[in-house]
Design a protein around this ligand. Structure first.
Ligand code: ADP
Ligand code: MG
Length: 362
């Protein structure tokens, strides 16, 4: 077996009565990677995590840790810890007591001095050095989150599972903790699995993202893979921003497919998966792939009117309207804009993109 695989789901299904919470999940988790489960609420992210942690037994299929099937192995016997959204600290205990608690349960004979040493190391790692004797109720939400993290890493798990750990924090603190979580993961070198419904969070933190929908895994890949080669419209929509134009494939030749849009126009694009004539598809064009110019009007150029403009510093985002395609977004780099001056609301421009940059998606 592959030594770099620390955990694996093999055709794992979980039912709760009539609800299919996990539907034939197949996933290999690599040693030392930062992996995210990304998907909307109810798609089965927590269920997948809980089966890895040992809080749920799969209805069908196998969960493996280090190459061994562990379907029924209790959570506390697995080299895995989990941090919950509501981190469930004991408010009346001190920080040190909270962090040491789990350690005492798994290693009851560990001398006090060693526990104290491990607690102090864990606190340094989460950047709360010297906070041993504080009470939980005296601490801010962000500090409490760090204590929960320290508690989860103190017994040196091989894998840390984090179920929307930052959801309760405000935006600024969440950003800080995202960076901190990455730093902690790198310094520990262990596998982190993060559950989130926040695409930006998944994109900025993960080595790989596992996109889920309705209990299924839709696609697994690096942020860049998913951005450049989304399997379908769902992924393209979840990872980054895209413009979608719906239609049917009229012909396929070489790398390109021709699509007649519901709006009447015909556009070409590059299919990611196999498509055939007559198939209903979406053409996906990323806003940064659209070029705007004042002049032109040749083949492949679409006359549009600028409806709205948002200055973003290096880029400007335009919302433009085409007579039959409707509204779509354009992200123009400052440099390209400087050649022709900034475009204003009401300007009539020509929009275009390379046919190869447009993706034809299921
Ligand atoms: P997510 O974490 O992506 O929001 P969950 O894994 O919590 O999704 O839930 C997936 C589906 O399984 C949902 O429809 C949810 O209502 C259902 N579910 C989860 N846990 C239970 C349970 N213990 N009993 C019954 N249904 C559950
Ligand atoms: Mg959940």
């Amino acid at each position: 077996r592959d030594r770099n695989i620390v955990a694996e789901l093999r055709r794992v299904t979980k039912r709760f009565g009539d609800v299919l919470a996990a539907d034939h999940l197949d996933l290999q988790i690599r040693e030392g990677e930062f992996l995210s489960f990304l998907g909307p609420s109810g798609c089965g992210k927590t269920t997948a995590l809980r089966m890895l942690a040992g809080f749920e037994v799969p209805t069908e299929g196998d969960v493996l840790l280090d190459g061994e099937i562990v379907n029924r192995l209790e959570a506390h016997r697995r080299p895995v810890n989990m941090v919950f959204q509501h981190y469930a600290l004991f408010p009346h205990l001190t920080v040190a007591q909270n962090i040491g608690y789990g350690l005492k349960q798994v290693r009851p004979r560990l001398p006090r001095s060693e526990i104290a040493e491990k607690v102090s190391k864990a606190l340094e790692l989460v950047r709360l050095p010297g906070f041993e004797n504080r009470r939980i109720w005296e601490m801010s939400g962000g500090q409490q989150q760090r204590v929960a993290l320290a508690r989860a890493i103190i017994n040196e798990p091989k894998m840390l599972l984090l179920d929307e750990p930052l959801a309760a924090l405000d935006r600024k603190l969440r950003k800080e903790m995202q960076i901190e979580l990455q730093n902690i993961q790198r310094s520990l070198g262990i596998t982190f699995i993060l559950v989130t419904h926040d695409q930006e969070e998944a994109l900025s933190m993960s080595d790989r993202i596992c996109i889920m929908r309705d209990g299924r895994i839709v696609q697994v890949g690096s942020p860049q893979d998913l951005y450049d080669r989304p399997m379908n419209r769902y992924v393209a929509d979840f990872v980054g921003t895209s413009n979608f134009f719906d239609g049917r494939v009229t012909s396929v030749s070489g790398d390109l497919a021709e699509v007649t849009l519901d709006a009447g126009l015909t556009l070409s694009g590059r299919p990611i998966d196999k498509v055939s004539a007559g198939q209903a598809v979406s053409i996906s064009v990323r806003p940064e792939q659209v070029h705007l110019t004042r002049t032109g009007g040749g083949e492949g150029q679409l006359p549009v009117t600028v409806h709205n403009r948002i200055f973003l510093g290096e880029h400007t985002e335009y919302l433009v309207i085409h007579e039959t395609l409707g509204e779509f977004l354009v992200l123009a780099p400052r440099q390209s804009e400087l050649n022709e001056g900034p475009f204003n609301t009401g300007d009539v421009l020509q929009a275009s993109w390379d046919a190869g940059a447009a993706l034809v998606l299921d």
